[in-house]
Design a protein around this ligand. Structure first.
Ligand SMILES: [Zn+2]
Length: 451
């Protein structure tokens, strides 16, 4: 099984160490990077070759990292877009193209179609498209998103994204899905898409594309998406069929397929399995909450159906102790212990404790502040990502300026801190200290408005 990684790294230099960890972890032979911001003398990680767009940009807006020893041939693209591509021999031979479409400069449908045209199939185009559409999980649709929907449909290409968010806007604490994996059909069925759980220093999540020769849940998804495309056409709001017919079509074409094996895929990430449902059959706007759609259509939600089918399965499993799933379902706990690197682990080492109850009722503002402090993600400490600045640094202590540093470690704030609490770790802080005292401390420092 090969894994291809895509990542808008926001500076190869600034996230170099994170990249090396990622390469180590994923054992990936190919990485499509965007926004490398290459400076003088920047070298790729040891053991890898950096492939930049031919002729054009040298800043590494789009680049490919290929592990030495991998056979590949570079493709000389005729395009004005930031794109680098190579045909690469992994377990099977495929073309990988890294693409960066800046948010501000316009992109024409023709330029994208011409790019796709030049790539030998099967291919993956991996990049930061800065295009918004609910079709791949974004909450809104913009002009570029619509154009991309059209150009992929016209070229018979498939967007592999599962619907998860790929980008965190640190100023507004909002997220969007703008990093896309576009695949030619034959490779799409064999490719599974998963976003990393950590930003690794960027404001985009690294994304793993795992290629395997028989990944049936993706095959299933592809089948359903095809059927949904059909529904989209038949269900056009101006000239479409009536809703009774559409619901019938939905049940026959989509739901029947989803029922099959739902117990298994139900354990996949939520966004992967929670498809658009009866979305197209009732003519809603894309922002209509999915629960309302199910209610309006008189249709049990896919989740509900899956639960029902799963319960049947669990009851049966209970009577079969020698089935390999028996141990997993009835004995093994969730492996949160393996997540020790997650900075939230120090705050919540044991699952099941509802920490959020502390401070409840003290007002939405305080609750939100406490939440952000607990997960260690505040405007004060993360806004540098948005502003393209270096991560804030405490020169007094020679240390990164993190939530933990401010709350517990910083020597500069020691005297102020003593007035409010005296604990020396986050675990005790969020259990023993009254939330209003924590916020009082931040207020005293004059940073409470920046949480
Ligand atoms: Zn300090």
């Amino acid at each position: 099984m090969d894994t291809v990684v895509q990542w808008n790294i926001r500076g190869l230099r600034s996230n170099f160490e994170e990249l090396k960890l990622l390469l180590n972890r994923s054992q990936s032979a190919v990485v499509a990077l965007q926004e490398c911001r290459l400076g003088e003398g920047q070298v790729p990680p040891r053991g890898y070759t950096l492939l930049l767009p031919q002729g054009g940009s040298t800043g590494g807006e789009a680049a490919l990292l290929i592990r030495n020893g991998t056979r590949f041939s570079e493709i000389d693209l005729k395009t004005g877009l930031h794109a680098a591509a190579a045909t690469i021999s992994l377990e099977k031979t495929l073309t990988v193209c890294s693409l960066y479409l800046p948010p501000s400069s316009p992109v024409s449908k023709l330029s994208l179609a011409e790019l796709f045209e030049q790539l030998p199939k099967p291919f993956l185009v991996l990049g930061d498209f800065n295009a918004h559409s609910p079709a791949w999980g974004d909450s809104r649709r913009d002009g570029r998103g619509r154009m991309l929907e059209e150009v992929t449909a016209e070229n018979d290409l498939i967007i592999l994204n599962s619907g998860e968010q790929t980008f965190v806007h640190s100023a507004y604490h909002s997220t969007s899905a703008i990093d896309l994996a576009v695949a030619s059909p034959s490779i799409a069925a064999e490719c599974s898409w998963a976003a990393h759980s950590d930003l690794c220093g960027s404001d985009h999540f690294p994304i793993f594309l795992t290629l395997s020769s028989n990944f049936s849940s993706n095959y299933l998804k592809k089948k359903c998406l095809k059927a949904l495309n059909l529904l989209r056409v038949v269900g056009h709001t101006d000239r479409g069929a009536d809703r009774a017919t559409l619901l019938k079509l939905y049940r026959t074409l989509v739901r029947s397929k989803l029922d099959y094996g739902s117990v298994i895929y139900g354990s996949a990430k939520k966004t992967r399995s929670e498809g658009p449902g009866p979305y197209t059959s009732s003519g809603p706007r894309e922002t209509t909450p999915i629960k309302s759609l199910y209610a309006e259509a008189g249709e049990p939600s896919l989740e509900h159906r899956r639960m029902k089918l799963a319960f049947n399965y669990v009851l049966k499993l209970k009577s079969l102790p020698r089935n390999p799933c028996h141990e997993v379902v009835f004995e093994a706990p969730l492996d949160w212990d393996a997540e020790e690197a997650n900075k939230f682990h120090e705050v919540l080492p044991n699952l099941g404790e509802d920490l959020h109850r502390r401070g409840e009722g003290a007002g939405r503002k305080l609750e939100t502040a406490m939440f952000r402090l607990r997960v260690g993600h505040t405007w004060l400490t993360q806004s540098y990502l948005l502003k393209n600045e270096d991560q804030p640094f405490c020169y007094a202590c020679d240390s990164l300026y993190t939530v933990r540093h401010i709350l517990i470690e910083c020597l500069d704030f020691q005297d102020t801190r003593k007035k409010y609490f005296s604990v020396t770790d986050l675990y005790r802080l969020f259990r023993e200290v009254n939330p209003s005292r924590i916020v009082g401390y931040l207020k005293d420092l004059g940073v409470d408005g920046n949480i």
